[in-house]
Design a binder for this molecule. Structure first.
Ligand SMILES: [Zn+2]
Length: 168
């Protein structure tokens, strides 16, 4: 099911609506620009609700598979990015200080907001900074774990340990 991109989050919260579905890749321009390829729809399951002080909250999760560059072999690696969603809808930046602990502010100035944009934000924040294949799946043999370990050893070797090796 396609998720709506334009919603009234306060109304959905007042009604206690749950949304589950997908955003099409074409609606995720910034994510497209941030990765080599978005290899599937962004799936999200979201619960809109009011907390005890009648603040509009959105909780749930989002996930998407993307192709990123493996820093070891420079080939593409397919990564599933998972983001936990915990948002509190606020009218302006003035209200950010009142956001509940463990929630992030979602500033919605008008009635209608772009759901795909805020969920895309959360996924972008969850993108791993460096990416590697699993060792056994990586073709970057020049930089495999053994070579890395040797490199580290060399780096921390003192001149004395080198002498000891020569004596052996
Ligand atoms: Zn690799």
């Amino acid at each position: 099911m396609a998720l709506p991109t334009q919603i009234d989050p306060r109304k959905l919260a007042a009604q206690g609506i749950a949304l589950e579905g997908e955003f099409a890749t074409k609606d995720l321009t910034r994510l497209n620009d941030s990765v080599e390829a978005v290899s599937g729809a962004l799936k999200a399951s979201l619960q809109f609700s009011l907390d005890e002080s009648r603040q509009s909250m959105v909780t749930g999760k989002a996930s998407v598979c993307v192709d990123l560059v493996c820093q070891r072999c420079l080939d593409l690696v397919n990564v599933e990015v998972n983001a936990a969603i915990a948002l509190q809808v606020v009218w302006s930046e003035d209200h950010i200080a009142n956001v509940a602990p463990d929630y992030e502010p979602w500033i919605v100035v008008d009635k209608i907001a772009d759901l795909n944009v805020v969920i895309e934000d959360e996924v972008l924040l969850a993108l791993p900074i460096v990416n590697y294949h699993k060792i056994e799946e990586c073709t970057g043999s020049a930089f495999n774990s053994k070579a890395d370990a040797n490199l580290e050893e060399t780096a921390i070797d003192s001149p004395f340990s080198v002498l000891q090796q020569l004596k052996r």
